[in-house]
Design a protein around this ligand. Sequence first.
Ligand code: 5AD
Length: 434
Amino acid sequence: MCYAMPGVIESIRDGHVSIGYFGQRREAITDGLDGLSVGDYVYSQNGFIIRKVPADEAHKILETWRDLFSHLKEEDSRQSEKPHLANDGSKLSRILLKAANCGALSDDELLSLMSTTADHEIELICQTANNLRHRLLDNSCCVHGILEFSNVCKQGCMYCGIRAANTNINRLRLSIDEILSAAIAATERYGFKTLVLQSGEDGHYSDDDLVEIVRRVREKCGVLLFVSVGERSPECYERMYKAGARGALLRFETSNRRIYETLHPDSNHEERIDLLRKLSRMGYLIATGSLIGLPGQSAKDIIEDIRLAKSLNAEMYTFSPLIPAPDTPLANAQRPNLNDMLKLTSVIRFIVPNSRILVTTATELLRGDARELSLRAGGNSLMLNVTPKAMRLAYELYPGKTSAISLSDQIQSTTDLLKSIGRAPTDLGRPYVA
Ligand code: 5AD
């Protein structure tokens, strides 16, 4: 299995393309790629055509997908059935029936879902969200690669293992050539079609350097590129966009300004959110969200976080449990439990039914089966770490984040899991609307 399936161009009008995948039609934009014609095979990610695929190569890949494609769909249909909601007039049944019909839930209803504690009720919430995901978005689950290139950071975020004040970690940064060869390995050897380039806020890289990194990776690898480099100037982001970056991953961390200010002494909440709005206006796909389990954070704050991500036009919802990191002021914080993260995933699905919800690495750490359960609670997106080993080990935002498991083993276990639950590691973009 690979992370994208080539599609065939069925029509093109004003840079808008309809692409066919075994009879399914999705839409994408040409994004400046010239010379495309009806009948050409292409890869598309998040609604952007990223490159053309030679016909013989496309035929070969499609052959491997032909039976698998329908088999996975059937498996997903079987495993994502609507739960049986008792017609007993109970509050939970009423809320879930409304959610299943994409009804807008009130804060009171959402809070009631978040405060559910009985296992069988949590299961009903997750099943309802999973069924909604299946009906609206089918079985595709995007698998992006994340490439960390520097753990040097000037920020002082109170929870983060790579905060500037932490002198107990090994600081490393990759050169532009090293970043490029890691990106080439991720795309050519391992088949990733979307990469996230992430670093701490490292002033060593000038705006010119970042633009150069984006330009070279885009040019050499033909992938959809997200940048995750923290608070750089709007001009820098504008230039990275022009160089080929199409997504920005930047969490606002919390919608609660008071909590934000306590935890981020060197950063301004309003400016961070304002930057996200600017990035959205520039055309970036926005991946954003918050940390769960921050001191003083309430369930109402978390609902506000989801609403804020929605108002920022998030293309990807990335919400992570706080994992206490040693040598940080929050080293003794309490980590949230998996049930809280599962309910949160479902609640995001209910508030924004057609969203792309990332199962974050930190969530996966909460329990061995957290990834599978999150995918069964409404989640539909994963990220694998494609960072070269030395950097991967040094990039410890929180303990346990770095995995000793090789990338090929990670890929194998991910594809095995996706197969077993009927998900296709493809990104088929948006359904085509004629
Ligand atoms: N636990 C979970 N997530 C963390 N991050 C930083 N430190 C931690 C932690 N201790 C997340 C922040 C940041 C992203 C790069 O890593 O949300 O945006």
